[in-house]
Write a protein that binds this ligand. Structure first.
Ligand code: AR6
Length: 169
């Protein structure tokens, strides 16, 4: 079974079959990791996203990676954190579950996730990382994946994932 790995850095640089984006319901780009992915992939990515016509919160849609090293981008829409009583946990888990299903549908062998919802959307980082790891583990056997990377942009997030994966590798 695939090992889960933590990498600190820029997800747009990773040579994997699929990278996951932390998008919004319009899928038309934004700041943070979404902006970085659109800049690196080029204008064709925006056109492909326009053709999708949006995505509901808690789900994900696939496009090619265009100029990225990654073959695919799975655009996941995480929830905005509102204190935890608006189904934020379930919606965040939905992003990871749907991305794992897309990996299977696109026969991806490797995937990298950013820490969805933990930037502008303010989801608490520890809580988000626990949901990410738990959901990925649940769906790993059926996914066909050989490699899953949690790509952390900052030291604090990388430390949180390291601690979770060290406690139960
Ligand atoms: N590689 C990996 N991780 C990154 C990168 C990168 N290049 N850049 C930022 N991060 P955010 P959200 C980390 O705000 O909270 C956008 O405008 C960042 O440090 O990108 O889901 C969308 O269009 C943080 O840990 O996404 C939406 O409107 C994590 O990625 C909204 O922001 C997520 O932060 C989505 O907000």
């Amino acid at each position: 079974m695939a090992q889960l790995e933590v990498i600190r850095g820029d997800i747009t640089r990773l040579t994997v079959d699929a990278i996951v984006n932390a998008a919004n319901t319009s899928l038309l780009g934004g700041g943070g990791v979404d902006g970085a992915i659109h800049r690196a992939a080029g204008k064709e990515l925006l056109r492909a996203c326009q053709a999708l016509g949006g995505c509901e919160t808690g789900s994900a849609r696939a496009t090619p990676g265009f100029n990225l090293p990654a073959k695919w981008v799975f655009h996941a829409v995480g929830p905005v954190w509102n204190g935890g009583s608006r189904h934020e946990d379930e919606l965040l888990a939905g992003c990871y579950r749907r991305s794992m299903e897309l990996a299977r549908e696109h026969q991806a062998k490797s995937i990298a996730f950013p820490a969805i919802s933990t930037g502008v959307y303010r989801f608490p980082r520890q809580r988000a990382a626990e949901i990410a790891v738990r959901t990925v583990r649940e769906h790993l056997p059926a996914s066909g994946l050989d490699q899953v990377i949690f790509c952390c942009f900052d030291e604090e997030t990388a430390g949180i994932y390291d601690a979770i994966l060290t406690a139960r590798p």
